[in-house]
Structure formats: C-alpha cells, structure tokens
Write a protein that binds this ligand. Structure first.
Ligand code: CP
Length: 349
C-alpha cells in the first residue's frame, strides 16, 4: 500500500527532445549514397531470413532508417488505408509494440491475434487455410510463432507479404536489422567497401548461434560487412554451439570466427559485445551461458558498446545503464526506425 506521493509525481514528465542523438543517424546518412532502386526491389516481398538481403539492401535499409530517425514527422502517412495483421503467438514486448507503433505512425491500421487458441487453430484449422483468409483481411502479416515451420507453411498460401518476427530457434531477421542499424550508427565508416585495419572491429557474441534466433540472423548480416570485421568471437561453454554447416556458411561469406569459453580475458579486445542468455523454445525458454555476466566491473574496452536483444536477465547488470557502453536501449529505440524502413519498402503504395 502506497501512503506517500511518489516524488516523481511532483515533477512534470521529462520529455525527450526529438533531436536528442540525431548526430549519429545524420553521420550514417552522410556516409552512404542513396540508392532507392535497391530497397524498391523489396516491394511486395516476404521476409523470412536475413539471407534474403544483399549487402546493398542492408546498408540502404539502415540509411532509410536514419532518414526516418532524423525526421520530426513522417509526412504523408504512406500506409493510410493499409491493414497490418499482427499475429504474435509467443510473448513479445519490443517486436510487437515496435511493429505496431511503426504501422500506426505511418498511418496504417492494425488487426491482431495474440493467442492462437482464439482462432480456428483451436478447431484444427490448418495454417494454410488461415493464411488464405489473411490474404483478404490485411495487406501485410507479421508472425511470431515458436514453431519454426509455421511461417513456411503460411508462405505457401499468402499472396501478401509475411514477415518473420521470430520463428522458434531459427531466425529473427528484423531484430538483426535493428542490431545492424545500431552498429552502423555507432561507426558509419564500417559500411565502406575497404576498411583500414585500424578501423576494423572485433565483435564478441555471448550466446549460442545454433539455438538463438537473434544470433543466427545477426551473424548472417555481419557476414555482409565482413571487410569491416577483424574477428567474431563466440563465447560459449557449449562444444556444439553452431548448427551443422552454419559456421562454414558464414566463413564462406568472409567472416572470421573463433570460439572461446572464457569471457573475462577476451572482453578487453571487444569493440562490440553482444549478449543474450535465453532462447525461446516451444512454450518456455532455455538458458545458455547464464554464467557469463556483464557489469560495470567487467573489463570492457573504452568506447566499447554493448548490445542485447532484450528481455535481459541477470547476465546484464543495470549498473551499466548509465555508462557509455549502454547501446542496448538505443538499439531497441532504433528498431522502430529500422522496421519503418523495412515496412515502407515492402508495401507498394
Ligand atoms: N528482441 C525481441 O525479440 O524482443 P521481444 O521478445 O520483446 O519482442
């Protein structure tokens, strides 16, 4: 029972100025020459995997995200009259809210399902039949489903774009797009075709690429900027953290990968530290590498950034929130602009 007036209630809400942090997206836009044709190629396409994007498309989407982030208003509401079907069959804070926020900010309307048992699935209806209906009720579907195969089954019947918002332990391509947007805003020069050795970065990923969809998709995108990366170090206690063929595919794309079970001795070398400790599987989650923890006391390199797809647990101490290393909140905020860039490219007006 609260008996006192909370001190925050005596003060007006501290509003964020929309220009706060605008320098970095502006610098990213300066670094990249606009190429509208490459993102126009995405129109009316579904998005299931990070594999679908070329290097140029990835970089141009990040440029477009920066363009949205540096605008005070989104102008003519390009999605007016368009309906998003938001189907989230698994818990989500950021992905669902940011997709829905994007759609509404761009002028569109939303219909949503958050529990499959309230649909014909409870009566044994097939995903293909549900997808067939969605063709008539909306213009884009965003699907999160613990069942890896569900999006592929629905793809068989959809004639409107369907976007993978996380399919089991497989992929989460739009989260990885937000991750890349954060990295490229931090260091715009990483988009260059040739990056000098002193500007190349080392990335430490504390996680399990074969079980974590965010890590799987991120690695596929990192391969697209491999000329800018000295090395990706996977920190894991597992001896089989990659799926069969996964590491080989990334190395064939130019990524140099090393694995290590030690975090502390590696940490001072990392420019980017990506940490995640859970993988959602079925109706619950698995913990991976929960013994690896980051806090203010960790030996982080000066200027290094920490990314986390969130929701966080004990692996990422909140005592880092007020430090220069906290890029995880900027990463989550930027996800709105990254998804705005993607959605406005997919939907033909
Ligand atoms: N990063 C991410 O997928 O977060 P949510 O589960 O909150 O959507």
């Amino acid at each position: 029972m609260v008996t006192k007036v909370h001190p925050k209630l005596k003060e007006p809400v501290e509003a964020e100025n929309w220009t706060d942090g605008i320098e970095q997206p502006l610098a990213l836009m300066d670094q990249i020459e606009e190429d509208i044709a490459s993102t126009a190629e995405l129109a009316n396409h579904s998005v299931v995997s990070a594999r679908q994007f070329s290097r140029v498309q990835l970089i141009q989407l990040c440029r477009l995200a920066a363009k949205f982030e540096t605008q005070q208003s989104f102008g003519q509401f390009p999605l007016t009259g368009k309906i998003l079907i938001s189907a989230f069959y698994e818990p989500s804070t950021r992905t669902r809210l940011s997709f829905e926020s994007v759609w509404q900010r761009l002028g569109g309307d939303i219909i949503s399902i958050t529990d499959p048992s309230t649909t014909g699935i409870a009566k044994g209806e097939s995903l293909k039949d549900i997808a067939e209906m969605m063709n008539h009720y909306g213009d884009v579907v965003v699907l999160r489903d613990s069942n890896e195969a569900a999006i592929y089954e629905m793809l068989e019947a959809t004639r409107i774009p369907i976007i993978n918002a996380g399919n089991g332990t497989d992929e989460h391509p739009t989260q990885a797009l937000a991750d890349m947007y954060a990295i490229l805003k931090w260091r715009p020069e990483l988009v260059m075709d040739k990056v000098n050795d002193e500007h190349k970065i080392t990335i430490g990923i504390i996680g399990n690429p074969g079980r974590m969809r965010t890590v799987r998709s991120l690695l596929l995108f990192l391969a697209q900027i491999s000329p800018a990366i000295t090395e990706v170090v996977i920190i894991s206690n597992s001896t089989d953290s990659f799926d069969e063929g996964q590491r080989e595919e990334l190395e064939a794309e130019g990524l140099t990968i090393r694995t290590s079970s030690e975090l502390e001795p590696e940490l001072p070398n990392f420019d980017v530290v990506y940490i995640n400790a859970i993988a959602w599987v079925g109706n619950s989650y698995e913990e991976h590498g929960a013994e690896y923890k980051l806090s203010k006391a960790s030996p982080l390199k000066k200027g290094a950034i920490i990314l986390h797809p969130l929701a966080r647990g004990e692996e990422l101490s909140s005592d880092l929130d007020d430090t220069e290393h906290n890029w995880y909140f900027a990463q989550a905020r930027g996800a709105v602009f990254a998804r705005m860039a993607l959605m406005s490219s997919l939907v033909r007006f």
